[in-house]
Design a protein around this ligand. Structure first.
Ligand SMILES: Nc1ncnc2c1ncn2[C@@H]1O[C@H](COP(=O)(O)OP(=O)(O)OP(=O)(O)O)[C@@H](O)[C@H]1O
Length: 910
C-alpha cells in the first residue's frame, strides 16, 4: 500500500481522505515502502506545522476538498456519491459578481492607477508575518535541490494517495516509478512495466515538501530575474489543484510561493521590487481575465498578440500591484471566485479551465539614499519612509528589444545607471484530461480541455525531438491558446517545473501511463532561460528608437491591409483589430514621449504616473483609427445594451424557487422557462400576424355597424325615461290638487253647516220669544195632568214648560260627519237638509278627532270654528237638552240638541 510521505514526528495533522483516523506519522512508520521512507527522511528536517493563515485564498476550493472523500477516477465502477448529485451546473465564472468584495468595479491597485515608484517593496516594508519561516536554507543547499539552474525542465511525479491497491511502484531513491508487474503487459492493462525516471517522485498529502522540492528554486529564479513557469499536469481528480492551491490545512504551491516572494525580498536588502499580479483562465479556448469585473471580462476576452522576438502580449489584461501578502491573498481570492469549476463524475470541484496566475517581478538595486543628486531627482516623499532612488527620467519600456509592450511590460524606471530586472512567475493549474462524462456540457468542455492538452503534448513532443536531434521543426504553438500563451516559456525562455499528478488506482492505469509519457517527453525539452536586465541606460534611447520604428512599420502594414481585411472580418474581429492598432499606437506614443522626456524629467514623471483618463482623446490618431475607435465603442455599447435587456428579461422570467433550491435546479428551471418564453413569444407573434389582425378588423367593422343602433336605442330609452318622469310629476301635482279640492269641499260643507245652525238658532230664539210672549199674555197652555174626570186645563207658564218637556221627550239627534261623501251625497241638497237624524246614535262629527294632517294645507281650524260659534251663541244656560262634551273636558264646547236641530254652546271656561 502507498503511504503518505509524512516525516516521522511531523505535527502535520491533515489526513488524506483515505486515512481517516490514523495520524500520518504512525502511517509512515508502518510503511514498508522504501520509497516512502526515503522521501520521509528527505523531508523530515523541514517539517513544522504551517501556521500561516494562507487559508483565505484556498478556502473556497479547499473546503470542499478537505471534507469530501477522495473521489474515484475515470474507469472507477461507481461514480461519486452514487451519481445522485450529477450533473451539476458549472459555477458561473461571474459568480464573483454576487459578492461585492470579490468584484470591485475597479481596483485601486490596478497597475494603470498607481505610480510604480510609490508601491515598491523592499526588505524594510515586508511584514514579518509575510515571511515564510518554513524553508531551511541549509537543508536546501545540502540536498542540492536547485533545479532552477538546470537547462532542462524539472519534472516531478506526485502520486495521489489511494484507499485501494496501487498499480504503481515508486522508488524514491532513484526517483523512478514503474507499473506493478502484476498489471503490466501480461496483466490486464497491457501496459509496459518499464521504469520512468524523473527529478522527484512525491507521495503523501503534505504540500510543504512538494513546494520545497519542486517549486521553491523556480520561485527564487523568478526573483532573480528569470522567467519561471510551474505547472501541474494530470488526469482529472489526480490532485493538480490540491498541489497548486491546496486547502485550508495544506496551502499549495501558489500561497507558499507568494509567502516565499516576500521572504526573499526581506532577505535581500540591496534591492527594491515592484510586484504585479494577473490571473486568467482559458475556458473553451477563450481567455478570460479573472480579475476584471465579470461583465467586462465576458465582453472583452483577452487576446494574444505576438510581440517582437517571439514574446506575446495579452490584452486587455488587468494587472494589480501588490505590496504585501494580504494584497496577494485578495487578488487570489477574487480570481479563484471567478474560476470555472463544476461537479464531474470524478471530481466535486473539477477545474474546467486552465488557470494561470502570473506575477511580474521588477527589481532594481536600492540607491545609497544619501547622495545629493538623488535627493534632487526624487522630490516626492518616499513610501514607508524609504527613499526612492534618484531618477533620470528614463522608463524601461522594453527589454532586450523583446519586451512586450502594454500589460506585462516593466513599470520601474532604471535610474542612475542601475538596471531594472524583469521576470514573470507563472503558476498554472491545467484542467484535467478526462473521458467523456455523463453530462453534455462537461463533455463539450472536456473536448476543449483534451484538445489543448493534446496540442501541449505534441508541442512538447516536437520540442523534445528538436532538442534530441538538433532539428528546428515547426512547433505548432498556434494550435491552441494554451500553447500559444506558453510559447515564450516552452521555446526556452523560462525555467520550467512540471508536476505530473497521477492516480495510482488500477482502473486508471491507461491515464496514468499517458501522463507519465507526457512527463518523459517534456523532460527532454531543452531550455535556455536568460535573465532580463537593462543595464546600459544610454543605449535605451537607441532601443526606443528602434522599437518605435518597428511599431510604426507594423502599424502602417496593418493600416494598409485594413480595407481588404475589414471586408472579411466580423464585427467582433474588427473591434479586436482596432484595439490591437490602438495598443500599437499608444505604445509608439509612449515611447516617443519617453525619448523627449529624457531631457525633460518633470514632464515625463507627471505623464507617466498619471492614470489615463478614459475619455482622453489622442489627437495624434489617424482619422481611420478614430473611426475604428468610434465603431468599437458603439459596438460595445450595443453589446452592453443587449446584455442589459437580456438580463432584465431573464430576471423577469425567473420563476419563483425556494431560496434553498440548489444552484443547478435553479439554472435548469431558468433555462426551461426561458425556452418556454421564447416558444410562446414565437407562437404569439404567429398568432398576431395570422389571426389577430383579421379578427381585429372584423371586430372593428361589427362594432362600427352596431354602435349607431345602440346609440339610437339609448336615446329612445332616455326619452321614455324623461316622459315617465314628467308623468309622475304631473300625477303628483294632480294628486295634490285633488287633495286640496277635497278639503275645500269639506270646508265648504262645514261653512254651510254653520250657516244652517245659525239659521236654526235664530228660529229657535224667535220661537222661544214667541212662547214667552205667549205665556206673558196668559195664553200659555199649561195643562194639569189629565184624567177621565178632569180634562187638561191651561196653567200660567205652561207653554214654556210644555215646550221644555217636549224638548226633553224628543229622541236624540246626532249629526254624522263620518265623511263628506257619506254625510252629503252629491245628490243631496245640503242647504235644504243640512242635518239628518242618526237613529243609531252614532257619535257626532264634532266628537271625532279630526287628524291635523288632513287639514294641513287648509287654513281652517276648530279654534276658528269655535270663535265663530262663540260670537254667534249666547252664554250657555242649563239645558235639558242632551249635551256632548269635547275631549278637552270643561274647556270643551257643549253641543246641544234642540228638537230636530243641533246647537253648539261654548263650554264655560275656568
Ligand atoms: N495528495 C493528496 N492528498 C490528499 N488529498 C488529495 C491529494 N491529491 C488530491 N486530493 C484530493 O482529491 C480530490 C481531487 O483533487 P484535485 O481537485 O486537486 O484534482 P484535479 O487534478 O485538480 O482535478 P480536475 O482536473 O478535475 O480539476 C480533492 O478532493 C483533493 O483534496
Amino acid at each position: 500500500m502507498l503511504v503518505p510521505n509524512t516525516p516521522s514526528g511531523s505535527k502535520t495533522v491533515r489526513q488524506a481522505p483515505f486515512t481517516p483516523k490514523r495520524p500520518l506519522s504512525s502511517m509512515s512508520t508502518s510503511s514498508t515502502s522504501s520509497t516512502s521512507k526515503t522521501a520521509t527522511s528527505l523531508l523530515s528536517s523541514t517539517h513544522k506545522k504551517y501556521k500561516a493563515s494562507l487559508s483565505v485564498e484556498a478556502r473556497g476550493r479547499g473546503f470542499s476538498k478537505s471534507k469530501s472523500p477522495l473521489p474515484t477516477v475515470p474507469g472507477t465502477p461507481t461514480k461519486k456519491d452514487g451519481s445522485t448529485s450529477r450533473p451539476r451546473t458549472p459555477v458561473s465564472p461571474m459568480k464573483g459578481s454576487e459578492s461585492p468584495h470579490l468584484m470591485p468595479a475597479a481596483s485601486e491597485m490596478d497597475v494603470s492607477n498607481v505610480d510604480p515608484e510609490q508601491v515598491l517593496v523592499d526588505f524594510q516594508t515586508v511584514e514579518p508575518g509575510d515571511i515564510s519561516g518554513e524553508i531551511d536554507e541549509a537543508w536546501l543547499k545540502a540536498n542540492g535541490l536547485d533545479h532552477g539552474k538546470q537547462d532542462k525542465v524539472m519534472v516531478s511525479v506526485r502520486i495521489r494517495p489511494t484507499e485501494s491497491t496501487s498499480a504503481w511502484i515508486p522508488t524514491s531513491s532513484t526517483n523512478s516509478i514503474k507499473l506493478d508487474p502484476a498489471h503490466a503487459k501480461n496483466g490486464s492493462s497491457g501496459a509496459s512495466a518499464a521504469a520512468f525516471n524523473f527529478d522527484a517522485i512525491l507521495t503523501g498529502t503534505p504540500n510543504k515538501p512538494i513546494y520545497t522540492t519542486v517549486a521553491r528554486s523556480h520561485v527564487h529564479a523568478a526573483m532573480e530575474g528569470y522567467n519561471s513557469v510551474i505547472f501541474a499536469y494530470g488526469q482529472t481528480a489526480s490532485g493538480k489543484t490540491f498541489t497548486l492551491s491546496g486547502d485550508e490545512d495544506e496551502p499549495g504551491i501558489i500561497p507558499r510561493a507568494m509567502r516565499d516572494v516576500f521572504a526573499f525580498i526581506r532577505r535581500t536588502p540591496t534591492r527594491e521590487y515592484l510586484l504585479r499580479c494577473s490571473y486568467l483562465e482559458i475556458y473553451n479556448e477563450a481567455i478570460h481575465d479573472l480579475l476584471a469585473p465579470p461583465s467586462m471580462a465576458a465582453a472583452n476576452p483577452v487576446q494574444i498578440q505576438g510581440g517582437g522576438g517571439g514574446d506575446i502580449i495579452l490584452t486587455p489584461l488587468r494587472e494589480e500591484v501588490v505590496t504585501s501578502l494580504k494584497g496577494v491573498k485578495e487578488v487570489l481570492k477574487r480570481g479563484e471566485g471567478n474560476r470555472r469549476t463544476a461537479c464531474t463524475d470524478w471530481n466535486d470541484r473539477s477545474s474546467r479551465s486552465h488557470s494561470v496566475f502570473r506575477m511580474v517581478i521588477e527589481s532594481r538595486e536600492r540607491g545609497s539614499g544619501g547622495s545629493e543628486e538623488e535627493e534632487d531627482e526624487s522630490p516626492s516623499t518616499p513610501l514607508n519612509g524609504r527613499h526612492t532612488p534618484g531618477l533620470n527620467g528614463r522608463a524601461t519600456p522594453g527589454l532586450n528589444g523583446r519586451q512586450t509592450p502594454g500589460p506585462g511590460g516593466p513599470r520601474l524606471q532604471a535610474r542612475g545607471g542601475r538596471s531594472v530586472q524583469t521576470s514573470v512567475l507563472s503558476l498554472i493549474d491545467l484542467a484535467g484530461s478526462e473521458k467523456a462524462t455523463s453530462d453534455k456540457e462537461r463533455t463539450r468542455e472536456g473536448k476543449y480541455i483534451n484538445t489543448s492538452l493534446l496540442t501541449l503534448g505534441s508541442v512538447i513532443g516536437t520540442l523534445a525531438d528538436n532538442a534530441a536531434k538538433h532539428k528546428a521543426d515547426h512547433v505548432p504553438y498556434r494550435n491552441s491558446k494554451l500553447t500559444r500563451m506558453l510559447q515564450p516559456s516552452l521555446s526556452g525562455n523560462a525555467r520550467i517545473s512540471v508536476i505530473c499528478t497521477i492516480n495510482p488506482d488500477t482502473n486508471a492505469i491507461a491515464e496514468t501511463m499517458s501522463t507519465l509519457q507526457f512527463a518523459k517527453r517534456i523532460k527532454s525539452v531543452q531550455l535556455n532561460a536568460q535573465k532580463k536586465e537593462i543595464v546600459d541606460t544610454d543605449a535605451l534611447i537607441e532601443r526606443y528608437r528602434k522599437e518605435i520604428e518597428d511599431l510604426k512599420a507594423r502599424l502602417a502594414e496593418r493600416e494598409a491591409d485594413v480595407p481588404v481585411r475589414s471586408r472579411r472580418l466580423s464585427a467582433r474581429e474588427q473591434v479586436d483589430e482596432s484595439r490591437a492598432m490602438k495598443d500599437l499606437n499608444t505604445r509608439i506614443h509612449q515611447l516617443t514621449k519617453l525619448i523627449l522626456t529624457s531631457q525633460t524629467v518633470d514632464e515625463v514623471k507627471g505623464d507617466d504616473s498619471r492614470p489615463a483618463s478614459p475619455v482622453k482623446i489622442d489627437f495624434d490618431m489617424s482619422p481611420y483609427q478614430l473611426q475604428q475607435e468610434l465603431l468599437a465603442a458603439r459596438l460595445q455599447l450595443e453589446t452592453q445594451a443587449t446584455q442589459i435587456l437580456s438580463l432584465e428579461a431573464s430576471l423577469v422570467a425567473r420563476p419563483a424557487l425556494p431560496p434553498t433550491a440548489p444552484e443547478n435546479e435553479k439554472d435548469k428551471l431558468i433555462a426551461e422557462q426561458s425556452k418556454t418564453i421564447r416558444e410562446l413569444e414565437i407562437v404569439v407573434k404567429g398568432y398576431e400576424e395570422n389571426l389577430g389582425e383579421p379578427l381585429r378588423a372584423v371586430r372593428e367593422d361589427v362594432e362600427k355597424e352596431w354602435m349607431d343602433k345602440v346609440d339610437e336605442e339609448v336615446k329612445k330609452r332616455e326619452e321614455k325615461e324623461r316622459w315617465a318622469e314628467e308623468l309622475v310629476k304631473q300625477l303628483d301635482k294632480e294628486k295634490r290638487v285633488c287633495f286640496l279640492l277635497l278639503h275645500v269641499d269639506d270646508l265648504y260643507i262645514h261653512l254651510l253647516h254653520l250657516q244652517a245652525r245659525v239659521k236654526l238658532e235664530e228660529e229657535r230664539r224667535a220661537l222661544a220669544s214667541f212662547v214667552s210672549k205667549f205665556d206673558s199674555l196668559g195664553l200659555g197652555l199649561g195643562f194639569a195632568p189629565s184624567s177621565k174626570l178632569k180634562p187638561p186645563m191651561p196653567i200660567p207658564g205652561g207653554a214654556a214648560a210644555a215646550f221644555a218637556e217636549r224638548q226633553h221627550n224628543r229622541p236624540s239627534i246626532t249629526p254624522t260627519f263620518t265623511s263628506t261623501s257619506n254625510i252629503f251625497p252629491k245628490s243631496t241638497n245640503m242647504e235644504s237638509s243640512p242635518v239628518r237624524l242618526d237613529l243609531k246614535s252614532q257619535p257626532s262629527l264634532l266628537e271625532q278627532v279630526m287628524p291635523e294632517e288632513e287639514w294641513g294645507d287648509v287654513d281652517v281650524s276648530f279654534s276658528s270654528d269655535i270663535e265663530v260659534e262663540n260670537q254667534l251663541l249666547p252664554p250657555p244656560t242649563p239645558s235639558t237638552g242632551k249635551t256632548f262634551g269635547f275631549r278637552k273636558g270643561s274647556e270643551s264646547p257643549v253641543r246641544e240638541i234642540l228638537g230636530d236641530k243641533e246647537n253648539i254652546i261654548p263650554a264655560v271656561r275656568g
